[in-house]
Write a protein that binds this ligand. Structure first.
Ligand code: ADP
Length: 497
């Protein structure tokens, strides 16, 4: 009797295995952190072997700890830190270099060159992305250019490239499958999101041999069987999606115009834009959300660098609070921000303002300013940044925002979410399961093997924890927005290049 689907959530700092039952309840989890390697300022690497070992061990321990037999598992789905780049030897399975992590900036100089050479518009139209070191393409090129002998071996077809889900599937199937799903392929800056194929012109531009590349497959489908020596039972792998896309799926944003935001260290807003890429805005990324048979869905994405991290800064640097949740109690002591506006541009501004020279500021301080006002302004700053990204999504797509779905660590903060509902003037929905990334991977996997019948079956089992309605009295909002816009402008272009 197949009772469970397992999600493998291969994150940036830890790997997890989460066991879901048919009613989308979590019945078991296991988690293991792995090493972050910082060889130079701006460089971030992981050991691919450690990623694989820890993922394998959490898969086994999630089952062992909860006495779940492999025979009861219908399927496994994978979601992953996106863009992180691994190249390994096809015959031995040994990586030829550490994984270069999405945060790694070593190829920024080359990206600047591509921009100066006039490739921005072409790359945006083909891939939906802005030219940036974030994406896998220039990381692959860096390995080929800098690790001795690798380029020749890649050309001979001896090496394989993959992002983390590709690496995990290859290992789980003992080298049977070298595949990536469309959502992950669309983050490489090498995949044409219109024609749905690796783009030869971009491969030539970055000098990447196509022999390295995985086959691109659906996000839900047959992705191979887990090797019996790893886990008995002939368990299929049948779901794969990058973390933010998986979370859009786990929030059941199946229809055009549906939006989710994840409030974690940063904030990731994503809107389903239907079966065509929305390429009209240069301020947002266009990406593939998922593909299931003939059903392909695209999304626009806005990344905000500092969300919950501002709360951490209040806790660790200013020591205004002892724990993150205390921010809510402190902020609730006042009716408003007392004139304080914070722009948390600690690392420049992300979507939709995009200014790497902006830096954080706090405006409107007077003798009357209290920690309570700063706490309130902190929650407002998080919600205002999310509003700015969503406003651009709505403007450029012409779609109507019906509601916002939320998840992530800071989404447990009721006051923050109420402020968000007031600012957007729509209902904000927080689900019972806020592990939406893992849930999305599980749903993609379960749908492929008939564990869940269809979208309606899933919708019937998904439940809401709380709905936040915009307050009737939102008079403060106009003023808040006016000051916020002024603050954003004064923050821009602060440090000298
Ligand atoms: P990540 O996945 O990026 O590590 P999480 O989803 O675990 O992040 O969320 C952690 C972040 O949420 C931290 O930055 C923390 O400061 C913030 N956070 C956690 N609880 C609250 C809360 N109650 N109110 C505001 N922020 C919170």
């Amino acid at each position: 009797m197949k009772k469970y689907v397992i999600a493998l959530d291969a994150g940036t700092t830890s790997n997890r295995a989460i066991v879901f039952d048919k009613n989308l309840q979590i019945v078991g989890t296991s988690q293991k952190e792995f090493k972050q390697i910082y060889p130079k300022p701006g460089w971030v690497e992981h050991d691919p072997i450690e990623i694989w070992d820890s993922q394998k061990s959490v898969l086994k321990s999630a089952l062992a700890q909860h006495n779940i037999s492999p025979a009861s598992i219908a399927s496994v789905g994978i979601t992953n830190q996106r863009e992180t780049t691994i190249i390994w030897d096809r015959s031995t399975g040994i990586p030829i270099f550490n994984a270069i992590v999405w945060q790694d900036r070593r190829t920024s100089g080359y990206c600047e060159k591509l921009k100066n050479d006039g490739y921005a518009e072409k790359i945006r139209k083909k891939t939906g992305l802005v030219i940036d070191a974030y994406f896998s393409g220039t990381k692959i090129k860096w390995i080929l250019d800098n690790v001795e002998g690798v380029r020749q071996r890649a050309e001979k077809g001896e090496l394989l490239f993959g992002t983390v889900e590709t690496w995990l599937v290859w290992n789980l199937t003992k080298g049977e499958r070298h595949i990536t799903d469309v959502s992950n392929a669309s983050r490489t800056m090498l995949y044409n999101i219109n024609s749905l194929e690796w783009d030869q012109e971009l491969l030539d531009l970055l000098e990447i041999p196509s022999a390295l590349l995985p086959q691109v497959v659906d996000s839900s489908g047959d992705h191979g069987l887990i090797d019996q020596k790893i886990l008995a039972g002939n368990i299929p792998i049948s779901g794969m999606a990058g973390d933010q896309q998986a979370s859009l799926f786990g929030q059941l944003c199946f229809e055009k115009g549906m939006v989710k935001n994840t409030y974690g260290t940063g904030c990731f807003v994503m809107m389903n834009t239907g079966d065509k890429p929305e390429l009209s805005s240069e301020k947002l990324l266009a990406t593939i959300a998922w593909k299931i048979g003939d059903n392909i869905q695209y999304a626009t994405e806005g990344s905000i660098f500092v969300g919950g991290a501002l709360v951490q800064w209040l806790r660790d640097n200013l020591k205004l609070i002892k724990s993150a949740p205390e921010i809510e109690t402190l902020a609730a002591e006042v009716e408003d921000n007392g004139g304080v506006v914070i722009v948390p541009a600690f690392a420049g501004l992300g979507a939709p303002h995009w200014d790497q020279f902006a830096r954080g500021t706090m405006f409107g301080i007077t003798r009357a300013t209290q920690p309570t006002h700063i706490a309130r302004a902190t929650l407002e700053a998080i919600a205002l940044q999310v509003k700015d990204a969503i406003d651009v999504m709505i403007d450029t797509s012409g779609l109507e925002l019906k509601h916002l779905k939320v998840d992530g660590g800071a989404s447990t903060n009721d006051l923050l979410i109420q402020i968000q509902a007031d600012l957007l003037d729509v209902e904000v929905v927080r689900p019972v399961i806020t592990e939406t990334t893992a849930l999305g991977a599980a749903l993609l996997a379960g749908l492929a093997v008939g564990f869940w019948e269809d979208f309606d079956d899933i919708k019937g089992r998904w439940s809401v924890h709380k709905i936040f309605k915009p307050s009737a009295d939102k008079r403060g909002n106009d003023e808040l927005l006016r000051y916020w816009r002024k603050a954003i402008e004064r923050t821009k272009n602060w440090i000298e290049k």
